[in-house]
Design a protein around this ligand. Structure first.
Ligand code: FAD
Ligand code: EPU
Length: 340
């Protein structure tokens, strides 16, 4: 039921070479208890992977890698106002966004074209163009690792924040998400305030856009702005945007009046892309490099190992800290053993 030394290079969008010591693909939940018991009896650590679009994998992942591929979308309840929909973790995220749009279930359109699986969406509370997924999540159904005990976490228990949730804190690497239950409204004022989205709609003279127009605008902006991992391997934003308190922000803004910033409930959010670009990385050359169009994305066209990606990330963190005194936090999770 498990395979040994499985190549994970095609299963991560950064295309770093990586081997799973042991590997299994989960396509029906009934497989799970057996796999978890097998891992327990062999004392294997477990790593869960979705579509590998937000991980940096070392050369070897010890223990068992579980690929979550369970499929299925069920409408649990529906009335004139909203629908409650349970989605298996292995469904593709963008596929779900399209499915919802076709049925008139609203809210997810700003999150179009985010790569990855539904099961990974709550992990970092995926967000884009003014919307975060946590707003629409009613509950997350998961198994605790390695025991397999079933747990249902409601939205409050998920503790969603900016690129953050309980699954990155108290329950870090401690669960396998089986499904996510969403509550989706059938009427809703579209969210169009994100600067790039607002500018796009204005440029194309789209006034009072509906959800489909927002979806299409987001798809167009993203296709233009971010490299497609199928053509240029990457994991999207490599760092979180730092959020500064008043005192730090005021001091830094005085030294760097051109520094862009957005007001966030948590503080002043600075685009990490700007900080990185100011340090000259957008012009950098090399097998692993910062994308020429978006400074927050590290691209790996030659499929170099994770250690080379980590080395560039270290240089970026060091340069930004030296120039701005800000410590960037890596967004994609790092797993396995890195050759240095
Ligand atoms: P993986 O990379 O496979 O895993 C990511 C993490 O989730 C790992 O810690 C893994 O252990 C865990 N995980 C995955 N599935 C499960 C499960 N079923 N149960 C428990 N744990 C699990 N993110 C945004 O938020 N906004 C964006 O706009 C955005 N744009 C992107 C653009 C590009 C071009 C790329 C490549 C990435 C982008 N991302 C963005 C990041 C990425 O798409 C999301 O983080 C996505 O949710 C990752 O899904 P995945 O299935 O590929 O997860
Ligand atoms: N900018 C630069 N140089 C660049 C690119 C951007 O200076 O090369 C500056 C500009 O000032 C620009 C600002 O950064 O206005 C913001 O750029 P963008 O709108 O592209 O957003 P971002 O802050 O870089 C965040 C998310 C993205 C998400 C977009 C849209 C994080 C870490 N990243 O990027 O998420 O798609 O907003 O909401 O919050 C991801 O998580 O992988 C991801 C792509």
């Amino acid at each position: 039921m498990t395979r040994d030394h499985v190549d994970l290079q095609p299963l991560n969008t950064l295309r770093v070479p990586a081997l799973a010591e042991h590997f299994a693909e989960v396509t029906v939940s009934s497989q799970l208890q057996g796999l978890l018991a097998h891992a327990r009896s062999n004392h294997w650590p477990i790593t869960v992977l979705g579509e590998g679009s937000n991980v940096v994998l070392g050369d070897l992942l010890p223990g068992l890698v579980l690929l979550q591929r369970c499929k299925g979308i069920t409408v649990l309840e529906e009335d004139d106002q909203q629908a409650r929909v349970q989605v298996a973790a292995g469904e593709n995220w963008h596929g779900l966004v399209r499915w919802c749009l076709e049925r008139g279930y609203l809210g997810l359109e700003n999150l179009a074209l985010i790569p990855g699986s539904v099961g990974a969406a709550p992990i970092q509370n995926i967000g884009a163009y003014g919307v975060e997924v946590g707003e629409f999540i009613q509950s997350v159904q998961c198994r605790l690792l390695p025991t397999g005990e079933h747990r249902v976490l409601d939205r409050d228990a998920c503790a969603f924040g900016y690129r953050d949730s309980v699954f990155k804190r108290e329950l870090k690497d401690a669960t396998l998400i089986e499904s996510v239950t969403f509550i989706l409204p059938k009427s809703r004022e579209p969210v169009t305030s994100y600067p790039t989205l607002a500018a796009y709609l204005e440029a194309y003279d789209i006034v009072d856009p509906d959800a489909r127009e927002v979806f299409e605008a987001v798809v167009a902006i993203r296709s233009n702005r971010l490299p497609d991992p199928a053509e240029l391997p990457n994991v999207g934003s490599f760092f979180k945007n730092p959020v500064l308190d008043d005192a730090t922000f005021t001091a830094l803004a005085a030294d760097h009046p051109a520094m862009p910033h957005y007001e966030d409930p948590a503080g002043h959010k600075i685009p990490a892309a700007w900080l990185i670009e100011q340090c000259g990385f957008k012009q950098c050359e090399g097998a692993v490099r910062v994308d020429a169009d978006h400074a927050l994305v590290i691209v790996n066209p030659e499929h170099r190992p994770a250690a080379e990606v980590a080395a560039l990330a270290r240089d970026i963190v060091g340069a930004v800290q030296a120039r701005f005194g800000i410590l960037l936090e890596q967004e994609p999770r790092r797993y396995g053993i890195f050759e240095q």
